[in-house]
Design a protein around this ligand. Sequence first.
Ligand code: TYM
Length: 329
Amino acid sequence: MENVVSGIRPTGNLHLGNYFGAVTSFVKMQDDYNCKFFIADWHSLTTHPKPEDIQASTNTILAEYLACGIDPEKSVVYMQSDVPEVLELYMYLNMNTYLGELERVTTFKEKARKQPDNVNAGLLTYPTLMAADILIHRALKVPVGKDQEQNMEMARKCARRFNNIYGVDFFPEPQSFYFAKEAIKIPGLDGSGKMGKSEGNCIYLKDDAKTIQKKVMKAVTDSGPTEPNSEKPEVIKNLFTFLNIVSAPETVQFFEEKWNDCSIRYGDLKKQLAQDIIGYTEPIRERINEYSANKELLRKVAEQGAEKARESARQTLAEVRQIIGFKQY
Ligand code: TYM
């Protein structure tokens, strides 16, 4: 079975971008691939979180992974920081990665603009750490949302360059993976491009029905179509993107027709959308609460996951050391 790896930074609760962009794929892939899903706690250090926040957030994400349907009997679930082998590979990859190419990564430029007082080396080398996460298990497929494409390109570059430098065919080039025709970008409902933590526009899996309703009813719209069959502006496209993901095809068709004959009422669309999002998240929310309360289970899952992930990581690293010319431990 092909190896699959992906991870999410523990910066609070999972939002619908994480869920539809990545976690739904994680769950679907478990039966057909050799899956490893981790919590990218090292990656979250670029913004200097407090120790107690890291603890709380990693537990939260772990409980949410399980609540979404990731099964620790089928997939390896682990904390990035439990696998120190990743760091050694990260260092080797950094030796082959150039300052210019790291500086050109869009997310680095954005972060540098947003946090000008904290443009640290971890932020710059974020893509090589991500490449190490993937290459340490020699993964072929990585389920991620559209926002990770540039990081994935860097991971492929790291694999290619290592192979070229040492004249080996050791690392496969990992590919982004998604079930839809193309990569998914879950939009924000506030008129901004994507749903994201730093955009402050998230609907969380953990949100209760009332909160979801409030957030959806506040979604930005326009004054409505004035000509039949006209092109939708971005903010309306965003609502339909959501509708396509969470609602029944008849519902989408109903509102498409209403848009096309200019009789659409955004209030009705939003009410329906809120109801359909709640239908999706309600059962998950209940399970999140159950898993969050079961600290012993969470500890066991992480412990078991760490062991399996390290076993795979050790094997890769032993070969990498040999290829580079180092003695074995
Ligand atoms: P992170 O924590 O920002 O997001 C986790 C996953 O959620 C997806 N995602 C979205 N997808 C669609 N629409 C959105 N609005 C949206 N927001 C978030 C992301 O694409 C991602 O798949 N660098 C990664 C974490 C990481 C990683 C890795 C991923 C570290 N090492 C190795 C895969 C493999 C990140 O910051 O994701």
